[in-house]
Design a protein around this ligand. Structure first.
Ligand code: NAD
Ligand code: ZN
Length: 258
């Protein structure tokens, strides 16, 4: 029995959640660039922005048109592409395990939901590019972006903004399921991390909590990252080096066995 088979076999038998944490890498093979790839950059006029500059509330307040242009273009890409084999594998795992399954995603592309994972068990901790809300927060309500033509708040007339967590903002429970994600990590029998570089705060905390609880840890990524290092240094971990669409179907197969 391989180490991966052994870990998944044991995790199935222990009480606790089967928790999946996904990042931009799982959608890369669908054709959505990761932020660190060369396509992450954006030119507005003569200035070239990095995502860390553009994806902030302060840039939105000074150049709302540029920020919306970037989001609307990214949203078009998201709507044009299809979920891949890795997304579909996660749907099969939820179908089999029901309420033992949880999915925390950093992706804003909506592909997990389009593939068929349920909204109740899929926590989009950085928001959803298909949704928007009032930038002045005159109401907490979130609504679809629609055709992207009406970007003003019906109630107060301020700009609407993309419903995503920006680099100069904080997680909360209501919009981003912050506490729920930490609680899920504390209650996980297994954590499978897919396609994330670990550059943001909540995913690292989720990994640390799960490790403290003694959860089994699997990392799927073609490149080394903090999660693969933890996995390899633990007897309860395994770093699977490879692409999500090639590796997740096998993990699903092992978790679907009777
Ligand atoms: P990241 O760009 O920092 O890292 C992507 C990771 O995916 C890297 O570790 C890379 O090695 C790995 N990867 C690349 N191709 C892969 C493949 N085929 N299979 C598996 N792994 C692969 O992305 P991040 O850590 O998710 O964080 C960046 C932030 O940017 C996130 O907060 C997210 O909200 C946002 N973002 C979202 C999207 C999206 O919604 N699809 C895309 C880009 C950025
Ligand atoms: Zn408003």
């Amino acid at each position: 029995m391989s180490k991966l088979e052994e870990i998944l076999e044991k995790a199935r038998k222990e009480p606790g959640l089967l928790l999946f944490l996904t990042g931009a890498g799982i959608s890369a093979e669908s054709g959505i660039p990761t932020f660190r790839g060369k396509d992450g950059f954006w030119t507005a006029g003569s200035k070239v922005y990095r995502p860390e500059e553009l994806a902030t509330f302060s840039t939105f307040r000074s150049r709302p048109g540029d920020v919306w242009e970037w989001y609307l273009l990214r949203r078009e890409t998201c709507l044009r592409v299809e979920p891949n084999a890795a997304h579909h594998a996660l749907v099969k795992i939820e179908e089999k395990w029901g309420d033992r399954f949880r999915l925390i995603t950093q992706n804003v592309d909506g592909l997990h939901l389009r593939a068929g994972n349920s909204l109740e068990r899929t926590w989009q901790i950085h928001g959803d590019i298909n949704l928007m809300r009032c930038a002045a927060e005159c109401t907490d309500a979130v609504q679809p972006v629609g055709d992207g033509k009406n970007l003003r708040c019906d109630r107060c007339g301020d700009w609407m903004r993309p419903h995503v967590l920006w680099f100069d903002e904080y997680y909360n429970e209501e919009w981003y399921r912050f506490e729920s994600s930490l609680a899920a990590a504390s209650g996980a029998a297994l954590l499978v991390v897919v396609g994330t570089s670990g550059a943001t705060n909540l995913p690292i905390q989720v990994g640390m909590r799960a490790a403290e609880r003694g959860a089994y840890l699997v990392d799927v990524n073609p490149e080394p990252n903090p999660f693969s290092e933890w996995a390899e240094s633990s007897p309860r971990g395994k770093a699977v080096t490879g692409k999500a669409s090639e590796r997740l179907p096998r993990i699903a197969e092992l978790l679907l066995k009777d």
